[in-house]
Design a protein around this ligand. Structure first.
Ligand code: NAG
Ligand code: NAG
Ligand code: NAG
Ligand code: NAG
Length: 369
């Protein structure tokens, strides 16, 4: 009885061993490549000593969903290309080693699909396996603002980061630093007929002067990119002139020149002084110049008004130099700009500032259009 059992087991082992040798297997391997690169489609028969007569490659793609032959390799490695893939496909393996691997060069999304290699072996007949080719397309990335954000008190789009035409969809994130609590991120994803995804990630928030010129970063990750892409972007908020500042551009002989400046985006293009339609104010350093001068600074979003009060009074003998007191009135704030300059003795006069407020109360130092 024991002998019989041992004999039976030995027969089983032999059968198992025999089966293992006889089971023809075709090995394949799915592959993922980035568009424009070459794809090695690996396919090989193992565990047979039968006679190989041909290797046939077929594929089904989105364009041609039914299995279509494109390459037949017959004994001796003779190759026949079918359906116009000659330039892209190369048989790279050794037929006698029953290796049917091919190289597909300059892969595009249209090459994505299921590839079948069929080995015709005698006497067993054909055996095959499928290899899936996945083509990745890295995104085309950009950050921009379609229209400049204009300061206001409603939410607007401040910048948009676009990771376009990627397969699969790219991941788009923002690195916002101090702006994290001030802006929101809104994403939209679209897909085209070739399954390429476009991710648009917009920064939405209230466009304030505070966030103008703040730097943000768009961070894009995609399996087709070796490393994540970081794109820096400087936010650009347009706003009207805030406060008009009046600066002295220097004293030339008996005249003094003034310039008007304002913080605005874009930079103000139009400066107009009340005395004549000029961009610069030039006054004579004589009591005859006593006046209230105003300049209007504007860009396309609005304007601001700066005021300059010049008051020169008759001389007294106690001072050794001329003193010109100028009051600029900026948005209700007074700045005292004082120039002292030596003059010949016979010109000794004293100019004094007016102590009274020369501007009517409630004067709008700053106006917005
Ligand atoms: C089959 O051929 C491919 C392409 O030449 C090669 O890379 C691969 O190593 C071969 N397989 C074996 C088992 O030799
Ligand atoms: C293919 O493989 C066989 C057997 O291993 C070898 O004799 C032959 O030289 C190889 N052919 C090529 C082109 O590498
Ligand atoms: C790869 O394919 C693209 C599009 O089909 C083509 O424009 C490009 O010239 C090809 N590159 C090479 C190296 O063949
Ligand atoms: C500059 O502003 C003044 C007053 O606001 C206006 O009359 C003039 O047309 C403007 N000039 C230009 C070139 O915009």
């Amino acid at each position: 009885m024991v002998y019989f059992k041992a004999w039976l087991m030995r027969i089983c082992y032999v059968l198992l061993f025999f089966n293992t040798i006889k089971a023809i297997r075709v090995l394949g391997q799915d592959v993922t490549v980035i568009t424009g690169n070459d794809a090695q489609l690996y396919c090989q028969v193992i565990e047979t000593d039968e006679h190989l007569t041909s290797i046939r490659w077929q594929r089904q793609t989105k364009e041609k969903p039914s299995n279509t032959d494109f390459l037949v390799i017959t004994s001796g490695g003779k190759q026949e290309y079918i359906n116009g893939l000659r330039d892209e496909v190369k048989f790279t393996a050794n037929f006698t080693q029953m290796n049917g691997s091919i190289l597909l060069s300059n892969v595009t999304v249209l090459d994505e699909g299921i590839y079948t290699c069929i080995f015709s072996v005698f006497p067993s007949g054909p055996c095959k396996t499928e290899v899936r080719l996945t083509v990745q397309v890295p995104p085309v990335v950009s950050v921009s603002a379609d229209v400049p954000a204009v300061s206001g008190d409603t939410d607007v789009i401040l910048a948009t980061c676009t990771a376009a035409d990627a397969k699969p969809a790219a991941e788009v994130l923002w690195s916002l630093g101090v702006l994290t609590v001030l802006v929101k991120v809104q994403n939209t994803v679209t897909v085209d007929s070739e399954e390429r995804y476009t991710v648009k990630s917009s920064l939405v928030g209230i466009a304030t002067i505070y966030i103008n010129q703040k730097k943000v970063q768009c961070v894009v990750t995609h399996p087709g990119l070796k490393e994540k892409l970081e794109l820096s972007y400087t936010l650009n908020v347009h706003y009207p002139p805030q406060v008009a500042y009046i600066n002295s551009a220097g004293i030339q002989g008996q005249t003094c020149e003034f310039q008007c400046e304002a913080d605005a985006n874009p930079k103000p293009t139009n400066f107009t002084w009340s005395s004549g339609d000029k961009s610069r104010l030039i006054i004579q350093l004589t009591p005859g110049s006593n006046n209230l001068f105003q300049c209007v600074v504007s860009n396309q979003y609005g304007n601001a008004v700066g005021s300059l009060y010049v008051h020169i009074t008759p001389p007294t003998e106690s001072k050794t130099c001329w003193t010109l007191y100028i009051i600029t009135l900026i948005a209700g704030v007074c700045c005292f700009l004082i120039w002292k300059f030596n003059v010949p003795q016979h010109f000794r006069e004293i100019f004094q500032s007016s102590s009274s407020d020369p501007v009517p109360t409630g004067y709008p130092g700053q106006e917005e259009a």
